[in-house]
Design a protein around this ligand. Structure first.
Ligand code: ANZ
Ligand code: ZN
Length: 828
């Protein structure tokens, strides 16, 4: 006999599946298709514990569906453009491709060792010209539809590093890297018009309800941020000093037009152009000084509700269209320039931020909704609940109405007078897709002095990245590094043939990942982005698996792409991912692994110590897939022991058992029942994503089988039946062990394609036992119940028993002691 050795098994079966194309779908229509996808990895170096967790979970789904007879596509590829490669290249004086593709080699080898049931023949890299050619082509389609456009927009700018910073890179108003005060700079950049799809992105979430985690849907809803309300026009008064702005309106967005009579001042975003336009010349200097000071305050600080309110008076008034009241105009940083209209009517009695501001600036507070609470001007707490409108223009105005009625009525009045209208506002902004970086897909546009913005024609795609650049040449310089590569920038205009310049921005890598799941259907297609019929056959994705960190952007962008491509007639579905599973994180000592905490666990070391199968099984057994796994609490060594026990069953059958195909009928009945119940329950549990329970049940089956061998012999045909079931169940979690067991059981590889064991219904009947029911210690009834009845069920049955009811009469039950499945003791 041989000892179980994970290293020997990994040696024996390593590479087998790739060589035999075990996991390539047949795609011949012989069975129903299913598409399982793990969010594709970024080639950051090597596989880590987080990948191991995520891919183990996706693999269970894919392998389960294969065993159930579906034709499963489970592809893998690389999200291989992006900043880390570029930074590494700058540091090493190399080209980003070098670092990227070297990492991919390493990581791919690890994935293959990890034995993911991936179809490697579909592997793609978003940084390959064969891929980004089509990313560029898709950009052209969006551009042609008016869904990709350019506009000037302010960006965070570090004057020392000469680079654009993301909001997260600005810390307390300073550059995260060098500490220099960050300024704003205007840059002409590319956007996708995702806002045009805001309503559909919201509405179609109904289809995802129940199939996506509720919190992801909530985050998307929140990000889109739909608010119903009104635009209200306030007539701006001419300046007494300059007499300007005659007849100009200041429009505000409000969700509470019912509170119009409670408006006592107005506030515009201090950092907006609007503030500069509205300020009275006599107050301009005050505003400039205030704006200068704001540059040192981060976005996050500005939005903090507990921050002391600051602002300046603009020296001007505007008129409330409902009651003709003159309201002073202020500028403050608590109003955001890019939300709504960048201006508000302040109703301090019913909005806390406005109340804080009013108290700081000594402005009036007037309650217009009686909620029965203390007057906000006294309490300092704005009242936001339901109530009755008061002080609101008498019965011809809004007085006496409830909040909702007031909103409707106010909009009617504004509408009649032409000074306002109902509207819907969204928090969602258009998607800024330009990056002034090198390692991304170049935006396929040429700028010509005569023809303007000219798309590079399809036959000239891809616009290739230059090859022979390295190190400092790639560093950001306030414009894209591509801008300084003259041989690349200078080109001829596809329109007029004259001299022209290439667009030097590259695309956000989220563009690459917004369509890769479509490319997988026909990854080697070179005449088009994807083969329509292949996409029709395989998509949408049946099960998507990935981390909750992608709850918003990646998923929202992919949903937007899908809808836009649908509208262009390129695909026939409107949601890309039918179901989503967010796997938990792998923690160590209750905390996320991190360099600074020094609690990282090296996946390679774990694999070398315990073997792939034990590590995978540990991940799966530790908790339901959505929950975090604390590596400090688990026992890969225990998993390894269990796998050895399971494997020895196969060895026993190989040496002393029956031949493959032996009829199990007549074998040990208890074991047969255990096998069939386990297999039947496992199928259901897997559909419910209770993978950890399936592992536990497989362990029970292994124990039961071992007991049966010890009690009689491995030659019992029920033992073979049970062991085959174990191998098939384990094929979802521990592929090397399962494959080896299968071959020892005398079958051809691969166990991944063995098919789910047939369940014999007659063997599912549960064993029963007699439960005794006592009242005050006296036996009153005997019940025939299943051996695995729950305490709650047994208690219910006992209390419902006619004999017990008769004994009890109307005596109150004090306590019921249940010892399932044998005894119930009712205390009165
Ligand atoms: C008057 C009012 C009275 C408001 C009241 C609220 C309560 P959501 O729901 O998030 O869309 N607002 C509008 N534009 C703003 C901006 N650019 N910066 C900061 N605040 C802004 O919020 C809409 C409400 O937020 C609007 O309704 C407006 O204040 C404020 F009792 O108008 B409200
Ligand atoms: Zn031209």
């Amino acid at each position: 006999t041989e000892e179980y050795s994970f290293a020997a098994l990994e040696d024996r079966w390593g590479g087998y599946w790739e060589q035999h194309g075990t996991f390539a779908p047949l795609d011949d229509g012989s069975s129903e298709r299913r598409y399982v996808l793990d969010m594709f990895p970024y080639p950051s170096g090597d596989l880590h514990m987080g990948h191991a967790e995520a891919f183990a979970m996706g693999d269970v789904v894919a392998r389960h569906w294969m065993q159930q007879g579906y034709d499963v596509m489970h592809p893998i590829g690389w999200d291989s453009f992006g900043l880390p490669a570029e930074n590494a290249a700058i540091k090493r004086n190399a080209h980003p491709a070098e670092w990227t593709y070297k990492n991919i080699d390493t990581q791919k080898a690890s994935f293959q060792r990890y034995a993911i049931s991936a179809d490697w023949s579909r592997e793609l890299h978003t940084s390959d010209p064969e891929y980004y050619r089509w990313t560029q082509w898709l950009f052209q389609q969006f551009h042609a539809q008016g869904l990709a456009y350019r506009k000037d927009s302010p960006v965070n700018w570090c004057p020392k590093d000469q680079t654009v910073l993301a909001n997260e890179q600005v810390v307390n108003g300073a550059c995260e890297r060098c500490g220099t005060a960050v300024t704003k700079k205007s840059l002409n950049q590319w956007y996708f018009r995702i806002t045009e799809y805001a309503d559909r992105l919201l509405e179609d979430m109904a289809e995802l309800e129940g199939h996506w985690p509720e919190r992801v849907l909530a985050m998307q809803r929140n990000w889109i941020g739909r608010s119903e309300g009104a635009h209200v026009d306030f007539r701006v008064e001419a300046s007494e000093v300059a007499g300007d702005l005659e007849g100009r309106d200041l429009t505000v967005f409000t969700t509470r037009p019912d509170t119009l009579y409670g408006a006592t001042f107005m506030v515009v975003a201090a950092d907006s152009d609007l503030a500069l336009e509205l300020v009275d010349p006599a107050h301009r200097q005050d505003l400039e000084t205030y704006r200068e000071a704001l540059k040192n305050v981060s976005e996050i600080e500005r939005q903090a509700t507990d921050r002391a309110k600051t602002g300046v008076f603009l020296g001007r008034h505007a008129v409330n269209p409902l009651n003709g009241e003159r309201l002073p105009l202020w500028a403050s940083d608590y109003v955001l320039a890019d939300y709504g209209t960048g201006a508000i009517m302040a109703v301090p009695a019913h909005d806390q931020r406005d109340l804080d501001f009013a108290r700081a600036m000594d402005l009036p507070v007037r309650a217009v909704l009686d909620t029965g609470e203390e007057d906000p001007s006294v309490s300092g707490v704005a009242t936001t609940g339901e109530g009755t409108l008061v002080n609101s223009g008498g019965p011809d105005g809004l007085d006496g109405l409830a909040k909702a009625e007031g909103i409707t009525r106010a909009i009617e009045i504004l509408d009649e007078r032409g000074t306002g209208r109902g509207t819907v506002n969204y928090r969602l902004r258009d998607w800024l897709l330009s990056r002034q970086r090198f390692w991304g897909a170049p935006i396929p546009i040429v700028h010509c002095a005569d023809c303007g913005e000219v798309p590079v024609p399809e036959e000239q795609l891809p616009v290739l990245l230059p090859q022979d650049v390295a190190g400092e040449e790639l560093a950001p310089k306030g414009q894209s590094p591509l801008a300084s590569i003259e041989s690349w920038v200078n080109t001829t205009c596809p329109g007029c043939g004259g001299a022209a310049l290439r667009d030097t921005d590259t695309m956000d890598t989220f563009v690459d990942s917004s369509w890769y799941y479509m490319r997988f259907a026909s990854p080697n297609e070179d005449g088009q982005a994807f083969d329509r019929s292949a996409v029709d056959r395989w998509l949408p994705v049946d099960q998507y698996v990935g981390g909750v960190e992608h709850a918003i952007l990646h998923l929202l962008y992919s949903r937007f792409f899908t809808k836009a491509l649908y509208d262009m007639g390129l695909i026939s579905f409107t949601e890309p991912f039918k179901a989503l599973l967010n796997q938990g994180q792998v923690l160590n000592g209750g905390k996320a692994m991190s360099k600074s905490l020094g609690n990282g666990v090296d996946l390679g070391e774990q694999l070398d110590t315990f073997g792939v199968d034990a590590v995978r099984l540990t991940m799966i057994f530790a908790s339901p897939p959505e929950d975090d796994v604390d590596w400090a609490d688990v026992s890969p060594g225990g998993s390894a022991k269990f796998l050895a026990r399971a494997w020895r069953l196969a060895q026993d059958v190989q040496l002393h058992g029956t031949a493959p195909g032996t009829d199990p009928d007549g074998g040990d009945l208890a074991l047969r029942r255990l096998t069939h119940r386990t297999v039947a329950d496992a199928a259901r549990l897997l559909d419910e994503h209770k993978f950890n329970v399936v592992v536990a049940r497989t362990m029970e089956l292994v124990n039961g089988t071992r007991k049966a061998i010890d009690a009689s012999t491995a030659a019992d045909p029920a033992v073979r039946e049970a062991t085959e079931a174990v191998a098939i169940l384990l094929s979802l979690f521990a592929p090397y062990t399962a494959e080896d067991m299968w071959s020892r059981l005398g079958h051809e590889p691969s166990v991944a394609r063995a098919g789910w064991p047939k369940v014999e219904e007659s063997l599912l009947v549960q064993d029963s036992t007699t439960a005794v029911v006592q009242v005050k210690g006296k036996v009153r009834d005997r019940l025939e119940v299943p051996v695995d009845i729950s305490a709650a069920d047994l208690e219910e049955l006992a209390l419902a028993s006619a004999a017990v009811q008769r004994t009890l009469g109307d005596t109150a039950v004090r306590k019921v002691i249940v010892r399932e499945p044998k005894l119930v003791n009712i205390v009165v």
